[in-house]
Design a protein around this ligand. Structure first.
Ligand code: ADP
Ligand code: MG
Length: 453
């Protein structure tokens, strides 16, 4: 359970901080304890501990709170035997070919070969959902996995963030390794390629570097857009590319834009990329997104009702990483409270984005809430403190916050209060209660439904 919760927190942090920060500071953390108002986070070393304490404590605290955890203490503990935290495609790739890679899991232990560096076994064809938008890329990748180096060389896949490019090109590498464990498959991000190249020059290891990449059977290089402006690296890559291509070795490239839109990409590279096949990967459509949500939920051992699946697929339209993050957050939230996921909970967590009209006023919200609880408007805005007036007032404040994102002072003013801390407490109280109390939850969703009807 803790693991699920922490995965949800990490998933969200991953979207907030830069990729480098995420990999450096968060990737190998785990949740050791969540009890008695104390959260203990396991970290690999003292350096990371200090960084998290100094720079990221607030972010961690906020993200925990979003997932319903509000501890009074957060502690960081050096913990060597941590479970590997969320895996990403950013597995470190070692610079020299002799350096051992940390042992892979049982299933692929036969594949722990120096040349499967950078491949993450989590990405397979089997767990990739095919739909309109990605079917062409998928078909090309499968063809390459069957007979690398013969067709579509190079394969150049481009498209937006989080739509499965890394997953697919890694799946090719993994499939080739399964089929032929002796293959020399190299996966590397362009950023790492650049870094290694610079290091090789600095430490006078140019020949090792060149030799390593030029003797690959399959070179998979991710996020080629980052090579823009890196002239020396482009030149090096040009030679690597030629060597591989001439030897009929497969090259697979991904990028967030087509070659012609990568600024300052050398013409000779651009024309090389045009030799093979270029595929424009599109955002997955609604049906595909639904299938992804269902499959991912299933892999967590959860089944979620179709309306919730559709809600999520509507809530996140392009980035599948965000879609996974939303799903994880929802599952963790429900798991902690022993609730079954439903649309009301999802709406409370993520808001009613899909139907929001542009002109909803604060007044409309207060009036609608008053009507729902059958409280006269003058009592909503007046000084009375009876429970049957206080609760509707708090609900109105909560909805003002969640739907219009008003500031607390503004919320207080709308309800005739002077002190904005009242608004803060009210919103917090309803937030907590709506997670536990079905009556409050259904009141909120009914009011919202009417507002947006
Ligand atoms: P990109 O490299 O295009 O930015 P990724 O390959 O990193 O995107 O995908 C982001 C996340 O979404 C990954 O966890 C990946 O497994 C998942 N994903 C994307 N597309 C699919 C799909 N069609 N089926 C299953 N998972 C997917
Ligand atoms: Mg990627």
């Amino acid at each position: 359970m803790q693991d699920g919760l922490w995965q949800a927190v990490l998933g969200e942090i991953e979207l907030t901080v830069s990729r480098g920060s995420y990999v450096t500071w968060f990737k190998n953390t785990s949740l050791l304890k969540n009890k008695d108002d104390t959260v203990v986070i396991g970290v690999p070393n003292v350096f990371i501990k200090q960084q998290l304490e100094r720079k990221f404590n607030q972010l961690i605290s906020d993200t925990l709170a979003k997932n319903g955890i509000t501890p009074t203490h957060i502690e960081y503990k050096i913990h060597s035997g941590h479970l590997p935290a969320k895996k990403t495609e950013d597995e470190p790739v070692l610079t020299t070919q002799n350096a051992p890679r940390p042992a892979a899991k049982a299933l692929t232990s036969a594949l722990t070969h120096t040349y499967r560096q950078g491949l993450n076994e989590r990405y397979t064809f089997e767990n990739f959902i095919v739909g309109s938008g990605n079917e062409l890329a998928y078909a090309a990748c499968q063809a390459i996995a069957t007979t690398p180096g013969t067709k579509y060389n190079p394969l150049f896949i481009y498209g937006g963030v989080g739509i499965g490019k890394t997953h697919l090109i890694q799946a090719v590498g993994n499939a080739i390794m399964v089929r032929n464990p002796g293959s020399r498959v190299v996966y590397i991000s362009t950023e790492q390629f650049i870094q290694e190249f610079l290091d090789a020059i600095r430490y006078k290891k140019n020949t090792d570097f060149a030799g390593y990449y030029r003797s690959a059977d399959v070179l998979i290089i991710d996020d080629m857009q980052f090579i823009a402006g890196k002239e020396k690296t482009q030149e090096e890559f040009f030679h690597t590319f030629n060597a591989l291509h001439q030897a009929n070795k497969q090259v697979i490239i991904s990028s967030d834009k087509p070659p012609k839109e990568i600024p300052t990409l050398e013409d000779r590279l651009r024309s090389r990329f045009a030799w093979g096949m270029s595929i424009d990967m599109q955002n997955p459509d609604f049906e595909t997104r639904c299938a992804i949500v269902q499959t991912k939920a299933h892999s967590h051992g959860a089944t979620i009702p179709q309306p919730v699946v559709e809600y999520l697929a509507t809530y996140v339209q392009t980035n599948i990483r965000e879609l996974e993050g939303a799903l994880n957050q929802l599952l963790a939230w429900c798991e902690m409270r022993g609730l079954e996921p439903d649309v009301t909970i999802a709406t409370n967590l993520f808001g009613a984005h899909r139907t929001r009209p542009k002109h909803l006023s604060a007044k409309q919200i207060i009036e609608r809430t008053a009507k729902h609880f059958q409280v006269p408007m003058e009592d909503m805005l007046g000084p009375k403190r009876d429970k049957d007036i206080v609760v509707p007032r708090q609900v109105a404040m909560y909805i003002l916050r969640s739907e219009l994102h008003l500031s607390f002072p503004k919320i207080a003013r709308e309800l005739g209060r002077k002190d904005h801390t009242t608004a803060i407490h009210s919103v917090e109280k309803i937030e907590k209660e709506s997670a536990q109390d079905a009556d409050i939850r259904s009141a909120i969703s009914e009011i919202k439904e009417r507002l947006y009807a």
